[in-house]
Design a protein around this ligand. Structure first.
Ligand SMILES: Nc1ncnc2c1ncn2[C@@H]1O[C@H](COP(=O)(O)OP(=O)(O)OP(=O)(O)O)[C@@H](O)[C@H]1O
Ligand SMILES: [Mg+2]
Length: 291
């Protein structure tokens, strides 16, 4: 194995006109502190993202809701000081804010104004194509150029083709393309094969006990969550954040309220077994929370 270098972003490579917009896309570094890392084959997740940038490989995460797919990319960008653009592939996708739009100035001149994604592609940063299995293949095909080896995006409105990270002044800047999707989400389309094939680093991003143990106090609550997750008749996911919220509710609103709100997350026909599981563990959970 060889050494991997940590990317760094030089804001001075961004032309003055765009500099403040790009600076605004860099997440607050404190976001990185709140993120609990996971290790993949002994490698820290952020190191793997560093590697991906170095080699120009793309990352694809598959996992259930609330397993930190989006958070990973946000925390990583925060940690490395990279601009971040999250493109959500749902029905409210607005091409103008993503790619950009043509404007007409007071003097009648026509000008193309970059969207956030175009800024990140042009000057470098992290591009997360989020919830990509909610998008029609027509949309994901739009990312084929960027996720190919050439890493190019054409912007017909601006009459140009941009090579990722190379549109600034001076040295090319780091660029990472990632995507995340939830394989079980209703209403999704199967991920287009040609799109999926462009991601050299596919990772399963399920709920992880070691991560949850750092975010949740009660071991018994985690045992119970694993147990509910293993039941075929319970289709509702037990997300990491729902366990964090249970503990917050117990602390701020009392155990009875926490219990009720937790059970209400489930479909009506699932509530009785979930309620029984919680009831059976409640005393132990309470003891751990008050310890
Ligand atoms: N490793 C972690 N470190 C810190 N917080 C976490 C972690 N995992 C989950 N969380 C908490 O869970 C919440 C949900 O995570 P996130 O939105 O990243 O999930 P997701 O996998 O993108 O879910 P979805 O598929 O619904 O988009 C976060 O806002 C955070 O509060
Ligand atoms: Mg997400």
């Amino acid at each position: 194995m060889t050494t991997i270098t940590r990317p760094s972003f030089d804001l001075d490579t961004v032309p003055a006109d765009d500099r403040s917009r790009v600076a605004d896309l860099i997440p607050d570094p404190r976001i990185a502190d709140a993120y609990v890392h996971r290790s993949i084959e002994g490698m820290d997740d952020f190191d793997l993202l560093d590697y991906a940038i170095e080699e120009g490989e793309n990352i694809i995460l598959a996992g259930p809701t609330g397993s930190s797919k989006t958070t990973l990319f946000r925390a990583y960008a925060a940690s490395r000081g990279l601009p971040l653009c999250i493109v959500e592939c749902n029905a409210s996708m607005d091409i103008g804010t993503i790619i950009g739009r043509t404007t007409i100035g007071a003097d009648g001149s026509v000008k193309f104004v970059d969207g956030d994604m175009t800024l990140v592609v042009r000057y470098g940063g992290v591009l997360l194509i989020d919830e990509s299995n909610l998008a029609h293949p027509r949309i994901t095909a739009g990312f084929h150029g960027l996720t190919s080896v050439a890493k190019r995006m054409s912007i017909p409105e601006a009459g140009e083709t941009v090579r990722a990270g190379c549109g600034g002044l001076g040295k090319p800047q780091p660029f990472l393309a990632g995507t995340a999707f939830n394989p079980r989400y209703q209403g999704t389309v199967r991920l287009n094969e040609a799109f999926a094939n462009r991601f050299a680093i596919p990772l399963d991003w399920g709920y992880e006990r070691a991560v949850e143990a750092q975010l949740v106090t009660s071991e018994r609550l985690l045992d119970m969550a694993d147990n509910i997750r293993s039941l075929a008749e319970i289709r509702t996911p037990v997300s990491t954040n729902s366990l964090m919220e249970f503990e917050r509710h117990a602390d701020r609103l009392g155990l009875a309220m926490a219990q009720r709100l937790f059970v209400n997350r489930f479909a009506p026909e699932e509530r009785a077994p979930v309620s029984r599981a919680l009831e059976a563990n409640l005393e132990a959970i309470e003891a751990e929370l008050s310890a």
